[in-house]
Design a protein around this ligand. Structure first.
Ligand code: PMP
Length: 390
């Protein structure tokens, strides 16, 4: 039977750099000790108080269909959070609760892209971006952000690609690079969007993991609220990856259309999960600080260790839970480096090539294991790089 072109072409066939990750998983299953510095999963679990709120809600009977755009209380809590953090007037009518940030990315592109429209995104990119764009029938077009520019996209490159495009997807703090877009970068992005009449989809799921600089939401820039859809999530901020709760924040009419889309796709998010998210947001910053603190410590470990050698260069780890390491001095590709490191030392990392072309010759390290183990693995990695560069 014929399957749709859309579903069979969601991801291209052939090597995509993820084989190191799958190989590491297979080695683990086969009983080999592997240190995994691969995906963005916290090494701590959802806080017990959030789970208690989830349990209380379920036991109170909130297990039926929940309101499709989100419970009024969670929509309000998210709106308040966004307004407090950005200063932009935001109400529950601007919020759609989704099953995680990924569903929000899909919904946002669905809202603005027609079949065959060009949707821009920045390379290096989070793995699902091009597939999400293809999933709504649009054509993904990558704009490189170079290591020499701290992985900040250049206005000139954005401008060149923007003609005739429909949307631009950005992510700050950035996965995989750890870059936090500067005020100048974001002003440039806003100008390009206004000049070329683009929708801006702003993935801000790491907005609580910031080590350097400030997080600026582009929705807060002049005349941007009407053309910006912000993607948010409880996954990273509250270690709730498995709960699948996130949101789209945007103009009221977009949210109304997206509510219609949700009615025909997800039919909303479980009420007890939403109540747990509402509880978590109501607790203020301490839960977020507890989740982000280990990454702040490991980011410091990374900086300290990098300073002891000259082979591997770090790009500034300004936010999120990853360090992007430049291993070009070893003359190996990111893919070869990651494969050899896995084979010789049982340490799994992500080759830069798995995030597009701009991070070739890099590897991404997820700072997601205990401090002492992280430090020891990073030392081994740096020693390995030194032997390769010698
Ligand atoms: N955006 C980025 C940049 C991510 O790294 C992730 C998850 N790794 C997501 C969105 C999606 O997160 P979730 O669906 O768990 O909210």
């Amino acid at each position: 039977m014929k399957l749709s072109h859309r579903i069979t072409h969601l991801t291209p066939s052939g090597s995509d750099g993820w084989e190191v990750f799958y190989r590491a998983r297979a080695l683990k299953v086969a009983g080999q000790a592997v240190v995994e510095l691969t995906i963005g999963e916290h090494d701590i679990r959802t806080h017990a108080s959030i789970l208690a709120a989830m349990n209380d809600s379920a036991m109170d009977g909130h297990t039926g269909y929940a309101s499709v755009p989100g419970t009024p209380s969670l929509r309000q809590a998210v709106a308040t959070r966004i307004q407090t953090r950005t200063g932009v007037a935001t109400g529950p009518e601007n919020i759609l609760i989704t099953p995680g940030g990924q569903a929000a990315l899909f919904a946002a592109h669905n809202a603005v892209c027609d079949e065959g429209d060009v949707a821009l995104y920045v390379d290096p990119y989070y793995a699902t971006y091009p597939g999400t764009i293809r999933g709504v029938g649009a054509i993904p077009k990558a704009i490189p952000a170079y290591p020499e520019n701290g992985f900040q996209p250049r206005v000139k490159d954005l401008d060149e690609h923007a003609k005739g495009a429909t949307s631009l997807l950005i992510n700050t703090p950035n996965n995989p690079t750890g870059a936090v877009y500067s005020s100048a970068t974001l002003d440039g992005i806003a100008t390009v969007c206004k000049t070329h009449d683009l929708w801006l989809i702003s993935d801000e799921v790491y907005d609580t993991q910031l080590w350097d600089g400030e997080h600026i939401s582009p929705r807060a820039l002049p005349n941007m609220a009407e053309r910006t859809l912000v993607v948010g999530s409880m996954s990273k901020s509250h270690a709730m990856t498995g709960s699948r709760v996130g949101w789209v924040c945007g103009p009221k009419d977009v949210i109304e259309h997206l509510t219609n889309l949700a009615t025909h796709t997800t039919y909303g998010v479980p009420g007890y999960i939403q109540d747990a998210a509402h509880f978590a947001l109501g607790e203020g910053a301490y839960l977020e600080d507890e989740v982000s603190a280990p990454f702040a410590r490991r980011r410091q470990i990374t900086e300290t260790l990098l300073a002891t050698q000259n082979t591997v260069k770090g790009s500034p780890t300004q936010g999120a839970m990853y360090a992007m390491l430049d291993i070009r001095a070893t003359n190996l590709s990111g893919l070869d480096f990651a494969n050899e490191l896995l084979d010789t030392h049982g340490i799994a990392t992500m080759p830069g090539e798995s995030f597009g072309t701009a991070a070739a010759g890099h590897i991404r390290v997820a700072m997601t294991i205990a401090d002492d183990k992280y430090e020891s693995a990073l030392k081994t990695l740096l020693d390995f790089a030194q032997t390769k560069a010698a």
